[in-house]
Design a protein around this ligand. Structure first.
Ligand SMILES: Nc1nc2c(ncn2[C@@H]2O[C@H](COP(=O)(O)OP(=O)(O)OP(=O)(O)O)[C@@H](O)[C@H]2O)c(=O)[nH]1
Ligand SMILES: [Mg+2]
Length: 397
């Protein structure tokens, strides 16, 4: 009799253990419940990151989706460990990060204010104003335009009250930043497929970091994201991207083979996004291309192949703000090769070259949509001309 009881108890324990394993296995698959994203074993090559397949520890549940577990009443799952990060809210980021513009602030905004506050603004002072603008990488054309406007307005200003002067300078800088350009990212899902964002730029500008940070921005906005590691030059590039994804529970489609065809990986990522009903697929690309022909071939192929499923929604060109004229040169080459729809200006923290925002927009006719203000995971802000200029001409830097 006793043996029967023991056997029954053992059988129940085994059943409970199996139920627990299944539950834990399923819970690691997605950060947001109910969005129809890939579950556990997403399709195509090897999406990694959010899925439980690669690690020994399943990812823990996201904060606050209790409904997802209602079915598993048998036993509480045993200790999920890794906790997904909750990215910072996006609204007002630029204002929160404004102190990072401190050096631009000193060089451009404060420098101009000091010059224009002089008792007499003579020819020599205007030369200094011009020099200040050029040193801050505002660019020759925009500098001339700004200089003309400032000259005209200062001459009719009469007495130069500091507050009035600051207001005038603010207006002119905001106008130079073309505040009416549409800076919204095209990241809305289409009826039957995700939005696709291609991220391009030369090596070291911050592409991978930007893709990682942008994934967090989108996760903070409750979007389902898939990453595509189409920089296949070295495995470390895909590892870097995958790590960004893992932190917020976003899968990363990659190839295990160095030198794999970037277009194939990009296509696999888009397919994973379609199958998983994701909102956005973000594709990171390689920057180490020796010449324009190679660049054109590779990016052209990625674009062609990906567009079998529909047009790419956004091509973001990542530029390092500290590289000045070199950066501008790169921007020209890339915009000849792919139709760039938005610029991400990275490393604006701590550079005195904030004026490149004005130059690059005017030269390419493409809006700066995002700016990088540090190496931290949430140091990427939507670009807002007014908030940016306010940081430059702040009363207290
Ligand atoms: N200070 C600062 N550093 C940044 C910013 N964005 C990126 N970085 C740093 O720039 C370095 C290069 O960034 P990556 O994202 O690896 O650049 P990449 O363009 O992907 O480079 P490749 O893959 O080699 O083509 C890293 O050390 C980043 O942390 C930023 O806004 N501010
Ligand atoms: Mg990279």
């Amino acid at each position: 009799m006793n043996t029967v009881v023991v056997a029954v108890v053992l059988a129940i324990l085994v059943l409970l253990a199996v139920a627990g394993v299944v539950l834990v296995g399923r819970r690691g698959s997605r950060p947001e419940p109910g969005t129809g994203a890939p579950d556990g074993a997403p399709p195509s090559p090897r999406p990694a990151g959010a899925g439980p397949a690669r690690g020994t520890e399943p990812l823990g549940p996201p904060p606050g989706p209790p409904g997802a577990e209602a079915a598993g009443t048998a036993a509480p799952p045993a200790a999920p460990t890794a906790v997904l990060e909750r990215p910072e809210p996006v609204a007002g980021r630029l204002v929160r990060l404004r102190a990072r513009l401190a050096r631009s602030n000193g060089a451009l905004g404060q420098g101009l204010l000091t010059l224009l506050s002089r008792d007499s603004v003579d020819a020599a002072t205007w030369d200094e104003v011009e020099e200040t603008l050029l040193l801050a990488d505002v660019g020759a054309g925009p500098t001339t335009a700004l200089l003309d406007n400032l000259r005209r307005r200062v001459s009719v200003l009469g007495r130069r009250d500091p507050a009035e002067l600051r207001g005038m300078l603010r207006e002119e800088l905001v106008a130079a930043l073309q505040p009416d350009l549409d800076r919204a990212l095209a990241v809305q899902r289409h009826a039957d497929r995700p939005a696709v964002v291609l991220v391009v730029g030369v090596n070291g500008t911050g592409k991978t970091t930007t893709v990682g940070k942008l994934a967090r921005v989108l996760v903070a906005e409750d979007k389902d994201v898939v990453l595509g590691a189409a920089d296949t030059f070295r495995a470390a590039a895909a590892d870097q991207l995958q790590t960004w994804g893992e932190r917020v529970g976003v899968p990363c489609v990659r190839s295990d083979r160095e030198g794999a065809d970037p277009a194939a990986v990009a296509l696999d990522a888009v397919r994973a996004g379609i199958d998983g009903e994701a909102d956005v697929v973000l594709i990171d690309t390689a920057g180490r291309l020796q010449n324009k022909v190679g660049l054109m071939d590779e990016l052209g192929k990625v674009k062609r192949v990906v567009e079998r499923h529909g047009p790419i929604d956004e091509v973001l060109l990542v530029l390092d703000a500290t590289t000045g004229q070199n950066g501008m040169q790169q921007a020209r080459v890339f915009s000849d090769v792919v139709a760039v729809t938005g610029i991400v200006l990275t490393k604006l923290d701590g550079t005195a070259k904030g004026g490149i925002v004005i130059a690059v927009q005017q030269e390419l006719g493409v809006p700066v949509k995002l700016i990088g203000l540090g190496e931290g995971p949430d140091d990427l802000a939507p670009f807002e001309p007014e908030a940016f200029v306010d940081a430059l001409v702040a009363a207290e830097p």
